[in-house]
Design a protein around this ligand. Sequence first.
Ligand SMILES: [Ca+2]
Length: 271
Amino acid sequence: MEDINSDDWHKQKDVLEILFDGQIGTADISREGNEGAISFMFDLSQGEISNVTLAGIVSSYGSSTSVLPGQVLDFSGDYQETITVTPGNGEPMNWIVELIPFEEPLNGVFNVTDLRVFVDVISQHPEWGGHTKDDPIQNYLPETAAEYDNTIEFEFAGVNAQGNSFGTFTHGAGNDGAYGEFTNNAEGVDLNAKYRVLPKDGGTWTRNPSDNSVTLTDGQGNTKNAVLLENDGTFSIRFEYTVETDWDNLWDSMTQIRQMTKFFWYVIEKE
Ligand SMILES: [Ca+2]
């Protein structure tokens, strides 16, 4: 039991809560003996790490801090700064504050530059002519052409309690003002139900940073799962399908696009 008659409370020099402008989530605060450590995630889209404003700090009752809300810290050296807490009675203690930089890839306006499919035609049997193909989807479904100049604007809103980024997105029709149709009118084929996985109007998104899985939810609450892939400055939003081999129509391109697609993806490039 604490002795309420002692001066101990005067000697406390803990940081209990801390918040910075541009911080994502809750800061991690730990102390071992007189070693205090604080780390927080900083959204790089919110400002410069050399100029980070302390938004709030709560330290032990009766103590004071060397940095006050509204003041600025410079984390550009080694991502670390020190905040000193001076108790009402006793020696000051340094708390090392570490900034962990965070940049959400799904933030900003992206241009659609390609839509592609990866088709698997009995590739496990090359001896029978099995193979895979990686082609623009408009080679199969010409009316998708209007989708190729579209834009997607992702707005990053934060990181939820599960550690997943989340936000909203809008899907613009591009210069031609039109969305593609996943059809081949000449062949009488309509595969909108299979490939209209990126909603026309937009919706909300989440991204799990551990595996880059992305969930898109449209205005009606329908969800689609995808994976975000990055390669040399461009990104792909890739949807996966179950390949159902039709042994009687292996070489028919409409059968292939109907049921032998393994992946379908949008290639997007930040504006
Ligand atoms: Ca368009």
